[in-house]
Write a protein that binds this ligand. Structure first.
Ligand code: ARG
Length: 727
């Protein structure tokens, strides 16, 4: 009671004294000085300003895996992250006979470590510089949308090219606040990444998609990679002679973990949030995009299930794809649910009404920002006119043959241009990864499933109104007169069966050979998927150009709208931080339970006993026998927590995180590793759009559970010994 009362007062004080709320916010490192006081007050024992030093401790130990976060936990380049972040690499190395997904994997020596999925990189951010002026150089109000798009694109690519003169680095220009600001990120890029350890899925993914996004949770969502470099210590492509990377900083692991109420923080790479979108965007997203996308995801999941048996070669090839599809199908489902029963939309409308009043109450403001929102919404509506078609074309990309053909042909097209003008993904800097992607195709491809995906999406496609159809696709599949009512699926299947029989794109050497051919070779090819890529290219490119033109037009309004919104928030003492955009952020808060529903309180910890209670022996609740025995015999070793009388498995925190934060180390007040963030609770998923302090909870693997499984179940003592473990 006392704790709750005092933290309430603290929250009120913080709100009153400055524009910052506790817990909410994904802060850029350069913003930390402005919240230094709050960090110290919340319990941080380090000097907050030390966190701004990217190459110092602890920031220098935090890395991005591209889509997930991770951290160095030894001086030999050992990297800790989530099981679901190494899952793709485990899948990649699995076969029906040697199913590492099912059995788990542990390298007992460096030699036994396996290459991660080709193209897997590890990025260490070393420099962040604001480049807004340089990116916006030459922009005028009068210019067309496509000219504005091109100017921003070329300015950004020029900055990236300069920055990447040193080829150990990968650089990127990222927009903040919808294009109000731009920053250049310089990241040391490690190209040889190896899989070290992943527990069995019955631990690392315990509870599977049933428990995913839920509390109470009992998932051992951890895994390890190792970073390798050349003998000279510099990033290098995979080679047997490469040596473990020695990071300047790595985290100490504190096996005491944390207690209810303790300060925790996460440094990581959150992917995307949408907290400053317009009411129009919100409504369209929640009433159209999410329901539709959820349905397509579920359909693709179903057809993969129907066309492959559990444990079969085909199923193993799609396990990683399945996990991704299911993860976001459920994520969207939660958001739709929260949206329908909550007041998000009406509050968004109210915000816009208040903002308009605030603008109109001052003639200068009105003159400067008065038309920003209406202008923006008008463009957004244009952009959404073809969204039914675009979503279908988007999910069609799950077909490897279609996507491979399109990308290979596009590469030939782009190669005709000077490097700087090429579409991103097809520049010189992208070729090595492109090649690795082409090599990786077969481990994630089954012709029958691929064909079913095409059939499913084209079935939706023929139901589109004529105006949204792409005539070259219609012609290729003889669908010009097809509608939902008269669609001849059988005929389509016959054509596709022939295509899959005749294509050579399922052969690695063929794909690699196509990387070096020119446009005329593609035009003369008799490979059916290449023929489709060539025939539809012009129209697909026109769709892309139109969308770029619109985004160029939107750039004339969105930054202005954000500027107005920020001024309004500042005036009303509301927190302002940029939406997540896959760049390095800090979020801090406490270990804390919550009330998911009226009459229910969730405690912040789960324990080993909860695993036994949930276990049915049937996946996804099929913990290893050995583990169940250890629990039943109370073999806690050194990892029990007195207050719980058992080993903590997962815990809840108040941190403001989203997808991409996965794998981030959870740090205590001294920046010691006490766990891994891996999920959020069901009620908080809409937080990506609409943050609610009461419902927002992050879910973490407790370090004690991780170490307990490693020591007692998997015998990963070599890794425990390698880490710096403190109490
Ligand atoms: N919900 C987790 C996240 O997005 C991913 C968990 C993956 N597990 C699964 N069952 N699909 O970070």
């Amino acid at each position: 009671m006392k704790k709750i009362a005092s933290s309430l007062i603290a929250a009120v004080l913080v709100m009153g004294s400055s524009a910052v709320l506790a817990d909410e916010g994904m802060w850029q490192p350069n913003q930390l000085p402005t919240i230094a006081k709050q960090l110290t007050k919340a319990g941080l024992k380090l000097n907050p300003n030390d966190l701004t030093d990217l190459t110092g401790f602890p920031m220098g130990a935090i890395v991005s895996l591209g889509g997930c976060t991770a951290s160095f936990v030894s001086d030999k380049g050992l990297v800790a992250t989530n099981h679901h972040c190494v899952y793709g690499s485990v899948q990649y190395n699995s076969t029906a006979e040697n199913n590492l997904l099912k059995n788990g994997f542990l390298a007992k020596s460096f030699k036994e470590e396996l290459p991660a999925t080709p193209g897997q990189r590890l990025y260490v951010t070393e420099e962040i510089n604001e480049v807004t002026k340089l990116v916006k150089a030459g922009l005028t109000n009068a210019m067309s949308g496509s000219d504005r798009y091109k100017a921003i694109d070329i300015n950004s690519k020029t900055l990236v090219a300069e920055c990447e003169n040193d080829d150990r680095y990968r650089c990127s220009v990222v927009n903040f606040h919808g294009g109000l600001e731009y920053y250049l990120f310089k990241q040391l890029t490690i190209r040889d990444v190896r899989l070290v350890h992943a527990p069995a899925s019955s631990i690392g993914k315990y509870g599977g998609d049933i428990d995913n996004w839920m509390w109470p949770r009992h998932t051992g969502d951890y895994g390890f990679y190792r970073a390798y470099v050349g003998k000279d210590g510099q990033p290098a492509d995979f080679h047997e002679d490469n040596v473990p990377y020695q990071p300047k900083h790595h985290l100490k692991v504190n096996k005491s973990s944390v207690d209810d109420g303790d300060y925790i923080m996460v440094l990581g790479y959150p992917g995307r949030t949408n907290r400053y979108r317009t009411a129009y965007e919100v409504e369209n997203q929640f009433t159209w995009v999410y329901p539709q996308a959820k349905a397509y995801r579920e359909e693709v999941i179903d057809l993969i299930h129907t066309n492959s048996e559990v444990g079969s070669e085909a199923r193993i090839k799609y396990e990683s794809t399945l996990a991704g599809l299911a993860n976001y199908a459920k994520n969207y489902g939660s958001m739709i649910h929260s949206y329908n029963k909550g007041s998000f939309f009406s509050r968004k409308q109210a915000l816009e009404t208040n903002l308009a009043q605030w603008l109109n109450s001052d003639s200068k403001r009105k003159a400067k920002y008065g038309t920003a929102l209406t202008g923006l919404n008008k463009l957004l509506k244009m952009d959404d006119a073809q969204q039914a078609r675009d979503l279908i074309l988007g999910y069609l990309r799950y077909s490897k043959m279609l996507t491979t053909a399109n990308q290979l042909h596009r590469l030939a097209v782009e190669k005709q241009l000077p490097n700087i003008e090429r579409e991103s993904g097809y520049q010189e800097r992208d070729i090595a990864r492109f090649e690795q992607r082409m090599k990786a195709v077969n481990r994630r491809y089954d012709a029958k499933i691929d064909q079913e995906i095409v059939v499913a999406m084209l079935t939706h496609y023929v139901a589109l109104p004529k105006a949204e159809r792409v005539s070259s696709i219609d012609n290729f599949f003889a669908l010009s007169h097809s509608t939902a009512a008269n669609f001849n699926e059988k005929k389509l299947r016959e054509q596709l069966t022939k295509m899959y029989k005749n294509t050579k794109l399922n052969v690695q050497e063929q794909r690699l050979a196509w990387m070096n051919k020119d446009v005329s070779d593609f035009e003369n090819s008799n490979d059916p998927f290449i023929q489709l890529a060539v025939a539809s290219f012009k129209q697909r490119k026109a769709i892309e150009d139109k969308s770029n033109e619109l985004s160029g037009n939107i750039q004339a309004y969105r930054p202005k709208y954000m500027e107005a919104l920020i001024a309004y928030f500042n005036d009303n003492n509301l927190p302002v931080y940029a939406d997540a955009n896959s760049t390095l952020r800090i979020t801090y808060g406490n270990v804390k339970g919550y009330s998911p529903q009226d009459g229910l309180t969730a405690t912040p910890y789960t324990t080993l006993e909860g695993i036994v209670a949930k276990d049915t022996g049937v996946a996804p609740f099929d913990a290893p026998k050995k583990q169940l025995e250890l629990i039943n015999n109370k073999r806690y070793g050194q990892y029990a927590k007195k207050s719980l009388g058992s080993v903590p498995v997962n815990f809840l925190g108040t941190l403001d995180i989203t997808g991409g934060n996965s794998g981030s180390p959870t740090l205590n007040d001294k920046a010691e590793f006490v766990g891994l963030v891996f999920d959020g609770v069901y009620e908080s998923i809409i937080g990506d759009w609409d943050y609610d302090t009461k419902l927002n909870r992050s879910i973490h693997v407790d370090i004690r559970y991780m170490l307990w499984v490693m020591e007692h179940v998997d015998g990963a003592t070599n890794l425990i010994e390698e880490m710096d473990i403190v109490e």
